[in-house]
Design a protein around this ligand. Structure first.
Ligand SMILES: O=C(O)C(=O)C[C@]1(C(=O)O)C=C[C@@H](O)C=C1
Length: 307
């Protein structure tokens, strides 16, 4: 049975997401201590794929994931899912909320309950740990008083007491997760796909605008753009772009080829069905039929059959 890595220990949001992402096939889920090690296990062939968090609706992107996708051998996303995110406060037995002096969680989780912590545990020391379930494990080991965890974490640490249920500064928060594996056959286009890339551009006037123009003039809807430092040179950035469409679509293929000519590096991070399965709007001049028709016209002109 294929093994699939996820950010563990058991009881994380990533575990829930990875179960969804692998619902269509038999797989053994294997917990890893961090996203970089989970992705390294995919690269080394120790596991077939990994489920990783990429972006949260409140706190934004997960830098550890973005950075780990750009180093070493390329990996590609083949599926995405969205998981609603609310938290429980799980404490050592015998403690009441007013007695909690230390609270632990994943940095993204702490950020998503910043307001609640300010109101309810203003004096508690906050500790960032590797995941929300790692926080629950640490509380069970006596390292901290309370954890901000997923509700399911309590199933794995039954000694913990739930002091609060379903807290979140922003109702309806969601985190987007990807199933990532080594490059191979791509998922078939579905008509409701997303493509992700990472590009490094030269530090010259207009290069970012030119890069975006390659997408907009082909009617491609950009759904996310953000930058991370390249790390070894100050002031140089990698741009992460998500846009509607599949690399098999002509407009996407042509845009990618143009970006490859313009950028110093382009890393393809995958074309996969969007979690909401909603087809993106494609204006008629950017449709497959329009590209097909214009390609046939050009061929005829080149062969001297038309003027
Ligand atoms: O710690 C977990 O449970 C995770 O799965 C990680 C993670 C994240 O990276 O954002 C996932 C979802 C929540 O937004 C909080 C934490």
């Amino acid at each position: 049975m294929p093994e699939i890595a996820y950010l563990g220990p058991p009881g994380t949001f990533t575990e829930q997401a990875t179960r969804r992402l692998t619902a269509d096939f038999e797989a053994d889920l294997v917990p890893y201590e961090g996203v970089p090690v989970a992705l390294a296990a995919v690269r080394s062939g120790e596991v077939l794929a990994a489920g990783v968090p990429v972006e949260n609706s409140v706190e934004g992107s997960v830098p550890a994931t973005l950075d780990a996708l750009t180093v070493d051998d390329p990996l590609v996303a083949v599926a995405e899912t969205m998981v609603p995110v609310q938290f429980d406060v799980l404490a050592r037995p015998g403690l009441e909320l007013s007695q909690v002096n230390t609270v632990a969680s994943h940095p993204h989780a702490l950020a998503q309950v910043r307001g609640w912590l300010g109101e309810n545990l203003p004096k508690a020391e906050q500790h960032a740990v590797a995941s929300t379930a790692a926080a629950a494990a640490a509380v069970a080991n006596g390292e901290f008083d309370a954890a901000i965890s997923a509700a399911v974490a309590r199933e794995h640490y039954p000694s913990l007491v739930r002091l609060e249920h379903g807290i979140a500064d922003v109702a309806d928060a969601v985190t987007r997760f990807l199933l990532v594996r080594k490059p191979g056959a791509l998922p078939e286009p579905t008509g409701a796909d997303r493509t992700s890339i990472c590009a490094v551009i030269s530090d010259e006037v207009g290069t970012l605008a030119d890069m975006l123009a390659e997408l907009s003039l082909r009617g491609i809807n950009l759904s996310r753009i953000e930058s991370r430092p390249v790390k070894d040179r100050f002031g140089h950035y990698r741009f992460f772009l998500d846009f509607d469409g599949h690399v098999a679509d002509t407009r996407i293929g042509e845009a990618l080829a143009a970006l490859k000519r313009r950028c110093s590096t382009v890393r393809f991070l995958g074309s996969y069905p969007k979690a909401d399965r909603k087809p993106g709007y494609v204006r008629s001049a950017a449709s497959e039929q329009a590209f097909d028709k214009s390609a046939r016209w050009l061929e005829a002109v080149r062969e001297g059959r038309l003027a």
